[in-house]
Each structure stands twice: as C-alpha cells, then as structure tokens.
Design a protein around this ligand. Structure first.
Ligand code: KG4
Ligand code: ZN
Length: 358
C-alpha cells in the first residue's frame, strides 16, 4: 500500500498566523492532526482593516509558537513529516516572507521537501480536506482579496471564467460594515445584522449584471450603500435594513453570475453532474451557502462547501495543497521568492484598471 503522506503547512499571507499538520487517509481525504490559527483581528480592529506593518510584526512574534503548538497537538515529530508547505503568495510580501522563510529553514534543517503554495490554490483545493472531489469542477472563490469563477481541471491547472473588475466580495462586506459602523471584519457582522433587517427596504444596484459574462463588479453597489448610509445616520433599524438589503443584493448577483458560470462550464467541458465548490472566507456566510446550494441543485451540480473552519485562512488547506503538489512532483526550489500577485490562471486577462472594456 502507498505510504500516507504527512505535511506541515504554514500560512502568513495576511492577518492570520497559522500552522497545521495533516495526513492523507484511506478515504482519499485528510486527517487533521492539528490546525492552529492565531487571528490578529484585535490588533487591526481599531484601524478598520489590516495594517501591513502590524501584521508582519505579529507574524514574527507568533510564528514559532504556533508551529510548536501545531506539532505538539498533532503528536507528530519533525522527523515524521514528509514535507513542508508554505504560502508564497499572493499577499503582503512582508507577511508572506515570515512564513516562507521559516518553512524553508525547517525543510532545510530536517532535509524534507519544500513546497511553495499559492494561497488561492489552498482555497481552491480546501474542500478536498473532507470530501472526495472529482476534477474538473467549477469553483467560486470568494475571499477578502479575490472573487473568481474558475474551472479546476486538476492540481496546478486552472481556467478562469470570470473575476471581479474592481472590489473583491469580502472587501465589499468589510467596507459596508465599516460604513454602518458595525466592526471589522465586516462579513460576520453583516450576516448577523441582516437577520434583523428588511431585505426589501433599499433597492440597490446590481452592477454589470447583464453583461461581461460571469465577471463581477461591486464598486457601484458600495457607492450606493455609502449614499444610503450617509442619509440614515445612526438609525439602528435602518442600518439593519441596509445590511439586509446589501446581502440580498449580493445573493441576487451571485445567483445570476453563477448561473452564467455554470452555463460556460457546461459549454467548455460537456460534462454533467459535476461538483460546484464555493471556497474562501465569504463562503462561510450561511445565506450565500443556502442560495448557491439551491441553484446548484436546480442546475444539476453537486454543491460542496468546506467546513466553516476551512473557509477562512488556515494552514490545513496549505498543507493539503502541498501534499497534492508533492504527489504531482511539483516541488519548489528553496530560493522561491514571495509573490504579491500570483493568478491561478496565468493566461487570464488582467481585469482591473483603465482601458477595461466590458
Ligand atoms: O479567505 P479569507 O479569510 O482571507 C482572504 O484570503 O482574503 O477571507 C476574509 C474575508 C473578509 O473580507 C471577511 O469579511 C469575509 O471573508 N467573511 C465573510 C464572512 N466571514 C468572513 N463575508 C461574509 N459573510 C461571512 N460570514
Ligand atoms: Zn484567503
């Protein structure tokens, strides 16, 4: 029988310092031996967003403690692991470098293979930690920095169908929450207060909804929310109504654009009954999960959502991507440098900035 691989994963691309030890199992998924995530939310809260200097410093202060804890909880020693994987991009270079350098040092010292992982590939493959998924599948990746529809053809093989032309979806949640003075990060606040509001109270725009295929845009929606937020000032009921209307509009946009992405996926693959995966921090939103689960069933896709603990940034997904790449012999050079920009589909057109034609 083939040896089951055990990997250490390290993640420091943004404001979570994380380390995990995971092992392949007989079901083709993963045994999570440890999954330690230290969030820096308290440190960034007063600024309403991530401050790179503070984030990097906090990673430096915590990374060795977190890695030690991950080993301790896993009851696995350094000698017993088969490789070390670390996020190498995209993200803040000052943050990425912390995890990347310590991963290189551990791999060199212990004479283990080293794998530089694309954070987005970590999210893209994350449902495989708990589900046996089959390639190709349709992926909606919605996080604080990215919003994309992709065909995941295999490990390291992605075709982008659509992306945001301005803000990422998580960013839209965070900015809306900031305008309503709820708190940071915004997603969980908007989700919570939406339950107390009337989703039909405000009519908000759905930018580029009938054009540009399954590309997304949230900047116009954000401006409309800002306009309404200024008018309602601190009226609590209206704030809840605006949160609910915003989330309802997002759900309408995702429903229509996902339908288009599903159509394109079917046209390109000619396959039916494929998996539809929603991953990334925003995928923890229960109303978005329900909405897209219904659509998937309607369109005969099999919906798969990672557990909430694997939606947000974590190192288990990085270790898993490391194992998957190792199995494909995609090892990295020890001199691999951190990358701030690193698209999964290198051939996809860059959709932001001037000159964009829809
Ligand atoms: O994947 P993630 O942890 O980090 C990035 O790679 O960006 O995603 C973080 C984003 C934040 O913008 C946060 O507000 C959003 O995910 N988020 C949510 C929810 N929980 C986190 N958005 C909507 N509803 C939620 N429940
Ligand atoms: Zn992420």
């Amino acid at each position: 029988m083939e040896k089951k691989l055990t990997f250490l994963g390290i993640e420091t691309s943004c404001d979570e310092t994380a380390a995990a030890v995971i092992q392949e199992n007989n079901k083709g998924t993963a045994n999570i031996l440890s999954n330690v995530v230290s969030s820096q939310i308290e440190k960034h809260k007063e600024f309403g967003g991530v401050v790179p200097e503070i984030a990097a410093r906090s990673h430096v202060e915590n990374i060795d403690i977190i890695i030690n804890q991950a080993f301790k909880e896993s009851k696995i020693s350094l000698n017993e692991i088969d490789g070390v994987a670390a996020t190498a991009g995209p993200g803040l270079i000052v943050c990425l470098t912390v995890g990347l350098n310590i991963a290189k040092s551990i791999a060199t010292f212990a004479k283990k293979p080293f794998i530089a992982v694309n954070h987005l590939e970590g999210h893209a493959l994350s449902p495989g930690l708990q589900n046996k998924i089959k390639f190709p599948y349709l992926l909606l990746l919605i996080s604080g920095g990215h919003s994309q529809y992709l065909i995941v053809e295999d490990v390291n093989k992605y075709k982008q169908l659509g992306t945001t032309i301005d803000d990422a979806l998580g960013e839209a949640f965070d900015k809306t929450s900031k305008m309503l003075k709820f708190g940071y990060p915004g997603g969980p606040y908007i989700e919570k207060f939406s339950r107390l509001g009337n989703k039909n109270f405000f009519k908000l725009p759905e930018p580029i909804i009938n054009k540009a295929g399954c590309n997304l845009s949230f900047a116009g929606l954000k401006t409309a929310v800002l306009r309404e937020a200024k008018k309602i000032k601190n009226d609590t009921k209206l704030k809840y109504d605006l949160a609910a209307s915003f989330q309802y509009t997002i759900n309408n946009i995702l429903y229509k654009k996902t339908k288009e992405a599903m159509k394109q996926f079917l046209n390109k693959t000619s396959l039916e009954n494929c998996d539809f995966v929603v991953a990334g921090g925003v995928a923890s939103n229960k109303s978005i999960r329900k909405n897209l689960e219904n659509l998937a069933k309607e369109k005969k896709f099999n919906p798969i959502f990672p557990d909430i603990k694997f939606c947000g940034d974590n190192a288990a997904m990085i270790a898993w991507a490391g194992i998957k790449r190792f199995r494909k012999k995609l090892l990295s050079d020890i001199n691999f440098s951190a990358k701030s920009r690193w698209p999964l589909d290198e051939e996809a057109p860059y959709m932001k900035g001037p000159g964009l034609k829809l």
